[in-house]
Design a protein around this ligand. Structure first.
Ligand SMILES: NC(=O)c1ccc[n+]([C@@H]2O[C@H](COP(=O)([O-])OP(=O)(O)OC[C@H]3O[C@@H](n4cnc5c(N)ncnc54)[C@H](O)[C@@H]3O)[C@@H](O)[C@H]2O)c1
Ligand SMILES: O=c1ccn([C@@H]2O[C@H](COP(=O)(O)OP(=O)(O)O[C@H]3O[C@H](CO)[C@@H](O)[C@H](O)[C@H]3O)[C@@H](O)[C@H]2O)c(=O)[nH]1
Length: 472
C-alpha cells in the first residue's frame, strides 16, 4: 500500500492555497509544500497578510505554517521530495489561436507537467487538481512518459476541486463529496487508494467517490454547467417576472420546495461571475464542437448567452429609469467582487456594468470592503495601444464606505451581496438624505426590502420584481 508522506502542490492560488492548507491542518504527519513561480504570491503566503481573503483561512495557515505547511518558490526541490504532486495551476480561456475565447489554455498545465518530468528522480502520483477538458490526463501521461529521462513511474489521478470562494474553508472541511478518478489498472487503483486515504483523515469514507479518469474530469465541467444553468434559468424567469408582476423570489421559493428541484442556487441576480462558470461552460461547448455535437454545444452556450443578456438588461433598466441618460450623473456602485466574502473580481458582473456606465459617460463611485483600488483599476482599464487608464481615472472614484460612494449620487446600484449592504446594517435614511433627488436604488442582488426603502423615499428597482408586483 502506498502511503503519502510528502505532498507538493504546484500553484499557490485560490485552490492550491486553501486546499493544501486544509490537508496540512488535518494530516499532521504529511509534509505539505505549496510552490509557485510567482515570488510575490509566495512572499504573501509567508507573511501576516495572505494573498487571498477567505473566511477561516488565516487561522488554518497560521496554525500549521512552519510545522507541516510550507510555501516556496523552489519548485524543483519540492517536486523531487514529494511522493504526491497536486497540479493546481490556472487554466484560463484561451485568448488567441485555435479555440480562442472558448477552449481552456493548457499552457500552464503543460509547463508544470514538463517540469515534473524533467526533475523527478523517484516515482510520483501526479494529481490534476485544476479544472481541465476531458482527457487531459492522457496528454499529461504522454508528456511525463516522453520526457522522463530516469524511467520513473508516474500515476495520474483526477481530483477536481468543488470549493466555492467565500466558503472555501467550510467546503474543504466538510465537502459534499471528494471525487478521485484513476485509470482502472492495478497501479492506477493503488494510487487512487493512496489519495483516498489522505482525504479519509477527515472526510467520511462514503463521501469519497472513486471513478474512472474521464468521468472525474467530465464531472467537474458538468457540475459547474448544471449550477450555472440554474442561475441562468432563474435569471431568464426574472425577466418574465418583471414583465408580468410575478415576484422572482416567490417563484424560486415555491419551485425550490419541490424536493426534485431543491432550494439552492435559485437566487436571481445581475448575472453570475467568478473565474469558473463561464470558462468551464465554454470549455464544455468547445469539447462538444470537437466531438461533432453542435446541438449539445449550442445548448450549453445558451447558459452564457443568458448571463450576458442579464447584465445588459440590468444596465438598460438603469439607463431608461434615469430618464434615458446617465451622462455626468453620479452612480454609486456597492460591491465589486463577484460575490460576497471574497476579494476576487474575476469575471465580476461589476466590471461589465461599470464599463458600460463609463461608456455612457457617467461618474462612477465604487465601494467594496475587500477589493483594492489597484485591482479595480486593473479590471477596468485596457492597457494596449491606447491606454484607457487616464480616461477611467477621470470617471471613477474609489470610496472607503458606502456612505462616501452614495454622497450626491443620482443612483445607488447594489452589485455584490455583502452583508453590510443589507437594510438592517446600512443606514439607508442617511444615504437617502445625502443623494440627489429623485434618489434611485437598483438592487441587482435582491438584498434589500424594497417596501422599506420606498417608505424612506427611494425609487427602488429590484431584479425580478416590478413595483406593482402582486397588485391587480
Ligand atoms: N478559484 C476557484 O474557486 C476554483 C475552484 C475549483 C477549481 N478551480 C480550478 O483550479 C485551477 C486553479 O484556479 P485558481 O483560482 O487557484 O487559479 P490562480 O490563478 O489563483 O492560481 C494559479 C497559480 O498557479 C501558478 N502557476 C502557473 N503555472 C505554474 C507553474 N508552471 N509552476 C508553478 N506555479 C504555476 C500561478 O502563478 C498562480 O499563482 C483552475 O483550473 C480553476 O479552474 C478554481
Ligand atoms: O443562486 C445563485 C448562486 C450564485 N450566484 C452567482 O454565481 C456566481 C458563482 O457563485 P458560486 O458558485 O457560489 O462561487 P464560485 O466560487 O464561482 O464557485 C463555483 O465555481 C467553482 C470553480 O469551479 C466550483 O468549484 C464551485 O463548486 C462552484 O460553485 C457568483 O457571481 C454568485 O453571485 C447567483 O447569481 N445566484
Amino acid at each position: 500500500m502506498v502511503v503519502v508522506k510528502n505532498i507538493c502542490c504546484i500553484g499557490a492560488g485560490y485552490v492550491g492555497g486553501p486546499t493544501c492548507a486544509v490537508i496540512a491542518y488535518k494530516c499532521h504527519d504529511i509534509k505539505v509544500t505549496i510552490v509557485d513561480i510567482n515570488p510575490e504570491r509566495i512572499a504573501a503566503w509567508n507573511s501576516s497578510k495572505l494573498p487571498i481573503y477567505e473566511p477561516g483561512l488565516d487561522e488554518i495557515v497560521f496554525e500549521r505554517r512552519g510545522k507541516n505547511l510550507f510555501f516556496s518558490t523552489d519548485v524543483d526541490a519540492t517536486i523531487q521530495e514529494a511522493d504526491l504532486i497536486f497540479v493546481s495551476v490556472n487554466t484560463p480561456t484561451k485568448k488567441t489561436g485555435l479555440g480562442a475565447g472558448m477552449a481552456a489554455d493548457l499552457a500552464y498545465i503543460e509547463s508544470a507537467t514538463r517540469r515534473i518530468a524533467e526533475v523527478a528522480t523517484s516515482p510520483k502520483i501526479v494529481v490534476e487538481k485544476s479544472t481541465v477538458p476531458c482527457r487531459t490526463a492522457q496528454s499529461m501521461r504522454t508528456i511525463l512518459e516522453a520526457n522522463s529521462t530516469n524511467e520513473i513511474h508516474f500515476d495520474i489521478l483526477s481530483n477536481p476541486e468543488f470549493l466555492a470562494e467565500g466558503t472555501a474553508i467550510k467546503d474543504l472541511l466538510s465537502p459534499d463529496r471528494v471525487l478521485i478518478g484513476a485509470l482502472q489498472t492495478k497501479e492506477g487503483l493503488a494510487a487512487q487508494e493512496a489519495l483516498v486515504n489522505v482525504y479519509t483523515n477527515w472526510v467520511p469514507k462514503e463521501r469519497v467517490i472513486t471513478t474512472n479518469l474521464w468521468s472525474s474530469e467530465l464531472t467537474k465541467l458538468a457540475a459547474n454547467a448544471l449550477l450555472a444553468q440554474r442561475i441562468s434559468s432563474i435569471n431568464a424567469l426574472s425577466a418574465i417576472c418583471e414583465a408580468t408582476g410575478a415576484d422572482v423570489d416567490e417563484v424560486a421559493y415555491a419551485c425550490g420546495l419541490d424536493s426534485r428541484l431543491g432550494p439552492k442556487f435559485l437566487k436571481a441576480s445581475v448575472g453570475f461571475g467568478g473565474s469558473c462558470f463561464q470558462k468551464d461552460i465554454l470549455n464544455l461547448v468547445y469539447l462538444s464542437h470537437q466531438l461533432n455535437l453542435p446541438e449539445v454545444a449550442d445548448y450549453w452556450k445558451q447558459v452564457v448567452t443568458m448571463n450576458e443578456y442579464q447584465k445588459k438588461r440590468f444596465v438598460r433598466t438603469i439607463i431608461s429609469t434615469l430618464f434615458n441618460t446617465i451622462t455626468n450623473k453620479k452612480i454609486a456602485v456597492l460591491g465589486f467582487a463577484f460575490k460576497k466574502d471574497t476579494g476576487d473580481t474575476r469575471e465580476s458582473a461589476a466590471i461589465t456594468l461599470i464599463k458600460d456606465f463609463i461608456d455612457e459617460r457617467a461618474q462612477v463611485a465604487i465601494y467594496d470592503p475587500k477589493v483594492s483600488s489597484e485591482q479595480i483599476f486593473m479590471d477596468l482599464c485596457e492597457p494596449g495601444v491606447v491606454d484607457t487608464r487616464k480616461q477611467v481615472e477621470k470617471q471613477i472614484q474609489i470610496c472607503s464606505s458606502a456612505y462616501e460612494a452614495a454622497k450626491d449620487a443620482d443612483a445607488v446600484v447594489i452589485v455584490t451581496e455583502w452583508d453590510e449592504f443589507r437594510d438592517d446594517q446600512l443606514d439607508y435614511e442617511r444615504i437617502y438624505k445625502n443623494m440627489h433627488k429623485p434618489a434611485f436604488l437598483f438592487d441587482g442582488r435582491l438584498l434589500v426590502d424594497a417596501a422599506k426603502l420606498r417608505k424612506i423615499g427611494f425609487k427602488v428597482n429590484v431584479i425580478g420584481k416590478n413595483e406593482l408586483a402582486g397588485t391587480a
